[in-house]
Design a protein around this ligand. Structure first.
Ligand SMILES: Nc1ncnc2c1ncn2[C@@H]1O[C@H](COP(=O)(O)OP(=O)(O)OP(=O)(O)O)[C@@H](O)[C@H]1O
Ligand SMILES: [Mg+2]
Ligand SMILES: [Zn+2]
Length: 295
C-alpha cells in the first residue's frame, strides 16, 4: 500500500513538474489541491532536500536525524551534521577550560578561588554532586545554600560550581554580600551611575549568581534586604540558579540560653523561605586556613 502511494506520488510529481515547466514556476491561479497533493509535497521536499542539504562544515549529506536534532549547546545554526556539532561543542568547551582562570577572575572570583574545582571535593562526604551540565545542576535545579563555619571551603565550593557554568559556556557572576551592600548604597548617591533596578536586572541576567558570605555584610540596611529579596525571588521564580554561602543557619538557634540569629532574623522570613528551595550543603571540619590553606 505504502509503495503504491509513493509510486502514485512520484508519477504525479513528475507530471506536475512537466506542467510547471510549460506554464512557468507557479501553477495556474485557482488550482485546487488534488488528492495525493500532500504526498507529492512531502516527496518533493525529501527529494530536493536529499540533493541540497549537506553539512556546511564537512560536506557530508545530512540525515533525517541531523535535520530533526534539537538545537544544542552554543551551536544554534542549522545546517551542520551531528558529528560536526559535537566536535564544535567539545572544541568550545576545551577552549573555555584552557582559559578558565581569567574567566573566573573576570566573573569576580579571587586569585585562589579562581582555581577551585569540584574534583577538590571528590573525597569528602558532600562530594557527590549530580552529574549534569554544568556539573551539580540537573534540569530545573535552583542552586545551593552552602553553610558552615569559617575556613571550611564554602567559597571554594561556590567557585567550583561557578567554574562548571563558565566551562559549559554560560555566564556567571560571583559577588560578596558586602559588595552588594556597597553597590546598592551607591545607587542612592547623587553621583550614582546606576539605579537600583539596573543593579537588580544585571544580577538577574547572569545564568548563575553566587552571593558569598550572606550575613557578613556589616550593618544591615533596608535597601540591601529589599535588593536581596528582589534578586532571589526574580531568579528563583524564573528557574535561574543561585549559589549562596553563609555562616548563619536559616533560622535562629538558642544555645545555652543564648539566642543566635539566623537568616530569617538577620534578613527576613521571606528571604529564609526562598532559600529553603535551594539544596543545602553543610561543610564542617577544620578551618583550612589554620591547617595551612592560602587566602
Ligand atoms: N576542597 C578544597 N580543596 C583545596 N583547597 C580548598 C578546598 N576547600 C577550601 N580550600 C582552600 O582553603 C581556604 C579556605 O577555604 P574558603 O575560603 O573556601 O573557606 P570559607 O568556608 O569560605 O571561609 P569563610 O567562612 O571565612 O569565608 C582557601 O584558600 C581555599 O582555596
Ligand atoms: Mg568564604
Ligand atoms: Zn559535518
Amino acid at each position: 500500500m505504502a509503495d503504491q502511494v509513493i509510486e502514485l506520488a512520484q508519477r504525479r510529481l513528475e507530471q506536475r513538474r512537466q506542467e510547471q515547466g510549460t506554464r512557468g514556476q507557479h501553477s495556474a491561479a485557482g488550482d485546487r489541491p488534488r488528492p495525493g497533493d500532500v504526498a507529492i509535497e512531502i516527496l518533493d521536499r525529501l527529494q530536493r532536500s536529499a540533493k541540497r542539504w549537506a553539512c556546511r562544515a564537512c560536506g557530508e549529506e545530512l540525515t533525517q536525524d541531523d535535520l530533526n536534532r534539537p538545537l544544542v549547546g552554543a551551536v544554534t545554526e542549522p545546517g551542520f551534521c551531528t558529528a560536526c556539532v559535537r566536535r564544535a561543542i567539545e572544541r568550545g568547551r576545551k577552549q573555555r577550560e584552557r582559559n578558565i582562570v581569567p574567566a573566573m577572575r573576570a566573573a569576580g572570583a579571587s586569585v585562589s578561588h579562581a582555581q577551585a574545582k569540584l574534583a577538590d571535593y571528590a573525597a569528602l562526604p558532600h562530594g557527590a554532586f549530580a552529574v549534569g551540565d554544568p556539573p551539580g545542576f540537573t534540569k530545573g535545579h535552583r542552586g545551593y545554600l552552602i553553610c558552615g563555619p569559617w575556613g571550611t571551603g564554602k567559597t571554594h565550593l561556590a567557585c567550583a560550581l561557578m567554574r562548571g557554568f563558565l566551562i559549559a559556556g554560560h555566564t556567571a557572576r560571583y559577588v560578596t554580600a558586602k559588595k552588594l551592600r556597597r553597590e546598592v548604597n551607591q545607587t542612592n548617591s547623587d553621583r550614582a551611575s546606576r539605579t537600583e533596578q539596573q543593579v537588580i536586572d544585571e544580577l538577574c541576567g547572569y545564568d548563575l549568581l553566587v552571593i558569598d558570605d550572606l550575613g557578613k555584610e556589616g550593618t544591615m540596611t533596608d535597601a540591601l534586604k529589599s535588593l536581596i529579596h528582589d534578586v532571589l525571588s526574580e531568579r528563583l521564580d524564573n528557574l535561574r540558579p543561585v549559589v549562596i554561602t553563609t555562616n548563619l543557619p536559616l533560622r535562629g538557634l538558642t544555645t545555652d540560653g543564648v539566642f543566635y540569629p539566623g537568616i530569617a532574623e538577620t534578613y527576613d522570613g521571606g528571604i529564609a523561605s526562598r532559600l529553603e528551595f535551594l539544596e543545602q550543603v553543610v561543610i564542617d571540619g577544620e578551618d583550612r586556613r589554620q591547617a595551612g590553606g592560602a587566602s
